[in-house]
Design a protein around this ligand. Structure first.
Ligand code: CO8
Length: 376
């Protein structure tokens, strides 16, 4: 058996961002138009008028202040309310592959590893641009990695489940190095016309390079243990899929073809699930709350993270112990905890222990216990 380690991480951040204020102006213009178009139905009591959104609500309910997106022009146009991402010819790189490659190159550079020495790419994300061929195989081709590649989807927990899959293969000796890459184009899947959730998501790509510890060239994070769990729930769902055209009326612009959630229920049900999951994982591995120097949590909601941090540590986390990035990036699904890890891990000392935890649709929860190791 070999020990796996994270030796590099990378984040691709889109150039464009949207502040809450910009977002709310566009949403409210859309709501006003909708209300004017449906004035008769509203007057007859057959339709409810759309209420305005507000920046104050968004920050108070979620902690989100801004989000990065691939295209803001469509999102801020009340007549469009979705991103414009022009179709590319079949022989051009896909959008997800392109952003994934950027994050992977940064992870490889950090670790000082040539792409050709990587023998697995896992593209682990909430949505894939196409069903096949796998985005991971396209990334393999663009980077020039060897071995094999495949896609997987566990929604918000895709990254941690991907890390477990790759780490287990390194442990067994079937591979030496893997890239786990998480390109998330959440803006194309979010319903920007729905006041309850129009502020939640952003776009980004993250990647981690996982290697055998004995191959690491510099300081790294040994993967001490991983733990994944799932429990079926319909509270976060989208009903789009390849069976759509086989069913009457399914080619319409239906709300359930985009991201749907019962946010309140998710909030209530996921919190105990995650707190228990982390507590059991730490106990199993003999990690006490005092041993934990950092928590890199899934980035969906600040109140949720505050609650989990307090439960795990048995006290309110101190400054820097549980860094949030959701104020700048919003929820980026599987990439959120990895952005937090990439941005807030450099300062850790050899011997320090940290824990990555993702949670979301499925429900799914994944945790990864890491220990900082100095360069040999
Ligand atoms: N502006 C002003 N007021 C609003 C707005 C708004 N935009 N939206 C709602 N309100 C009002 C409501 O009408 C309600 O008013 P009233 O009390 O009069 O009825 C009041 O505010 C409270 O509304 P909510 O109960 O909905 O508000 P919450 O406090 O529950 O906050 C949240 C809403 C932020 C959505 C919160 O419930 C939450 O964060 N829940 C957990 C979400 C979560 O973690 N989800 C995980 C999903 S991500 C995932 O798993 C990945 C899926 C795959 C990726 C998909 C990519 C797109």
């Amino acid at each position: 058996m070999f020990e796996p380690a994270i030796t590099g991480s990378g984040v691709f951040t889109p150039e464009q961002s949207i502040s809450n204020d910009e977002l709310v102006v566009a949403f409210n213009a859309y709501a006003d138009r909708w209300n004017a178009e449906h004035a008769d139905a509203i007057a007859a009591g057959e339709a409810q008028p759309m209420a305005h959104s507000s920046s104050e609500f968004i920050v108070a309910a979620s902690g989100i202040e801004s989000r990065y997106v691939l295209d803001k022009s469509g999102l801020l146009d009340p007549e469009v309310m979705h991103p414009w991402l022009p179709e590319r010819p079949d022989d051009a790189p896909g959008v997800m592959a392109e952003m994934g490659v950027d994050a992977c190159r940064k992870a490889l550079d950090m670790a000082g590893v040539d792409a050709a020495d990587v023998d697995l790419v896992i593209c682990a994300a909430s949505n894939h641009e196409r069903a096949y061929p796998a985005i991971a195989i396209e990334i393999q081709q663009l980077l020039g990695t060897g071995g094999f590649a495949f896609d997987m989807n566990v929604a918000c927990s895709s990254a941690t489940f991907g890390i477990q899959a790759a780490a287990d293969m390194v442990r067994s000796g079937s591979i030496k190095r893997a890239l786990v890459v998480n390109p998330e184009i959440c803006s194309a899947h979010l319903e920007w016309r729905d006041r309850d959730c129009h502020f939640i998501f952003g776009d980004v790509a993250t990647a981690v390079l996982i290697e055998r510890v004995d191959l690491a060239k510099g300081a790294h994070f040994a993967i001490k243990s991983t733990r994944c769990a799932t429990q079926f729930s319909n509270n976060i769902r989208n009903n789009n899929g390849f069976l759509r055209r086989t069913r009457e009326g399914q080619m319409e612009d239906r709300r359930d073809m985009q991201f749907m959630q019962n946010g309140r229920k998710v909030f209530k049900e996921v919190l105990p699930l995650v707190s228990r999951h982390i507590a059991e994982h730490m106990e199993e591995e003999g990690v006490a709350a005092d041993d934990l120097k950092r928590l890199w949590l899934h980035q969906a909601n600040k109140t949720m993270n505050d609650y989990i941090g307090k439960k795990v540590l048995g006290r309110a986390p101190e400054e820097g112990e549980q860094p949030n990035i959701l104020q700048d990036y919003a929820n980026t699904s599987s990439a959120g905890s990895i952005i937090a890890f990439a941005q807030y891990s450099d300062d850790m000392e050899p011997g320090d222990t940290g824990l990555i935890c993702s949670f979301g649709a499925g429900y799914s929860v994944g945790s990864v216990i890491l220990q900082k190791v100095a360069a040999a």
